[in-house]
Design a protein around this ligand. Structure first.
Ligand code: 5AD
Ligand code: SF4
Length: 470
């Protein structure tokens, strides 16, 4: 029986895709390699949003080169955005790679690997399923329920943010019907899932696939339908929304639906109108602020997180100051910030990458200083308050603690007495301490005893290698 290992780079979409790759392989008789050295197939599920991710793949392939020299039958497959972006060309400049597979071609992976294992030449398959889009479905592992799962509602992107490679690596927008989405969620809930994260590159632009391209967003309706038809769900998240599709209906849904958390990750990218225009973000600072304020007021103690790019071509100190002002004004609970990185095919490539590396580094550090201060103030303000923790599982570092997320998405470590296991439960707790990036809380209610839990699923050896996030 062949054994596999998966290395995941990048975003939540890739984490979801890696799980689906795993399932496709299990279905074809593969098993997870419990020791990396025993793998017959290594899949690198890549990201190409920033250049750093390219370098990570190269260095990781370098690490594995020795294994392949020792075991020439070992097959290397590259999946994800880099695979899609480079296609067949990757086979000529990365000599270790045997299979290149695009995000829409994952079900074909076992056949392509078989061809190579049978002595066939290296092969690439990177074709978008534009005419008949298919969506990878999340499955529950029988006997091993998980609290959280991802469900795709749309894929691809028709925005053309000038720095972004995603429209080229994930193709045009394709939507999934509400009926299919709800059916998948119901199956997951029946299998014990209590938190769903809806996925899409511009998730909140969702409308029915039968409606013309560019139709108005009906995402709020979708959320309401899921809330009604899957009453067992405790939390319904989504990522990544585009600010221009934060409609009044969506804000209202946040005010009215308990299942929606009091938190949204709403990428802003820059606080300068001049840079936003050059990025083709299709909103101004004041439009973003207006939408952000509406969300912040939808529910008490609502928080926002964001993505920011520093050092976009021509960004001046004054543009950067506009970003800092906006960050303080919104008071984000967390900020993900990146140095601008020129990417192939993107319109911004025509602009000079004229902010020096030193200046990008300096701006990033100044931005993190402001963001860290905001985050720490926010976490401190929660000490003594009551939180609802959806418990994801045992803490990785402390056997007497479990880890989960609050209603606002803060990471919460929960003190759990021996003999109890609150995994998958929503637990009321009191915050007793704020750490740099997380909270420590004590339960305010009786916890369920540890059931005679079935043995854990065979661990994929990749779980013990670092998961590389870009
Ligand atoms: N350079 C730097 N950051 C980028 N992102 C997307 N493209 C680039 C790029 N070329 C960031 C954006 C996006 C996040 C996923 O990655 O902030 O929201
Ligand atoms: Fe990229 Fe913009 Fe599409 Fe997001 S909305 S995936 S940043 S092009």
């Amino acid at each position: 029986m062949p054994r596999f290992l998966i290395q995941t780079f990048g975003c939540q979409m890739n984490v979801h895709d890696s799980r689906r790759i795993e399932e496709v392989l299990y279905e074809r008789g593969y098993e997870a390699a419990t020791e990396p050295e025993h793998a017959d197939l290594i899949v690198f599920n890549t990201c190409s949003v920033r250049e750093k991710a390219d370098h990570k793949l190269r260095s990781m392939l370098g690490t594995f080169r020795e294994w392949k020299e020792r075991k020439p039958d070992l097959v290397f497959a590259v999946a994800g955005c880099m695979a899609q972006q480079q296609g067949e060309a990757m086979l000529s400049h990365l000599d270790l790679v045997d299979v290149v597979i695009g995000p829409d071609n994952i079900p074909e992976l076992p056949d392509l690997v078989r061809q190579v294992m049978d002595g066939g030449p290296p092969v690439a398959r990177t074709v978008f399923d534009l005419d008949a889009p298919s969506f990878l479905i999340a499955r529950v592992r029988p006997g091993h329920p998980e609290a959280s799962a991802y469900v795709t509602v749309m894929k691809g992107c028709d925005e053309r943010c000038t720095y972004c490679i995603v429209p080229y690596t994930r193709g045009a927008e394709r939507y999934r019907s509400a009926a299919d989405i709800v059916a998948e969620i119901k199956v997951l809930c029946a299998g014990g899932v209590r938190e769903i994260t809806l996925l899409g590159q511009t998730v909140n632009s969702w409308h029915e696939p039968s409606e013309p391209v560019g139709s108005e967003s009906r995402f709020a309706e979708l959320l309401r339908r899921i809330a009604v038809e899957a009453p067992e769900l405790l939390r319904l998240r989504y990522t990544s929304p585009h600010p221009r599709h934060i409609t009044d209906e969506l804000v209202r849904a946040h005010a009215e639906l308990d299942v929606l958390p009091a938190h949204v990750h709403l990428p802003v990218q820059s606080g300068s109108d001049r840079i936003l225009r050059m990025m083709l973000r299709r909103y101004r600072q004041k439009d973003y602020l207006e939408r952000a304020r509406a969300l912040l007021q939808a529910r008490p103690s609502f928080t926002l997180a964001t993505d920011i790019i520093v050092g976009f071509p021509t960004e001046t100190e004054s543009d950067f100051q506009d970003t800092l002002t906006l960050v303080r004004e919104v008071g984000y609970s967390s900020v993900f910030a990146f140095k601008y990185s020129p990417r192939p095919h993107t319109p911004a490539l025509r602009l000079p990458d004229d902010v020096s590396e030193e200046l990008k580094t300096e701006r990033l550090a100044r931005l993190f200083e402001v963001a860290d201060e905001l985050q720490s103030r926010h976490l401190q303000s929660l000490v003594g308050s009551r939180v609802q923790v959806l418990v994801e599982g045992p803490s990785k570092s402390n056997p007497l603690r479990y880890t989960g997320r609050s209603e606002r998405h803060e990471i919460v470590h929960l003190e759990v007495p021996e003999g109890h296991d609150p995994t998958g439960q929503l637990i009321a707790a009191r915050v007793i301490e704020a750490n740099k990036r997380s909270l420590l809380a004590a339960p305010l209610q009786a916890l369920p005893p540890s059931a005679a839990r079935p043995p854990a699923p065979k661990r994929n050896a990749s779980m013990r290698l670092p998961v590389v996030m870009s």
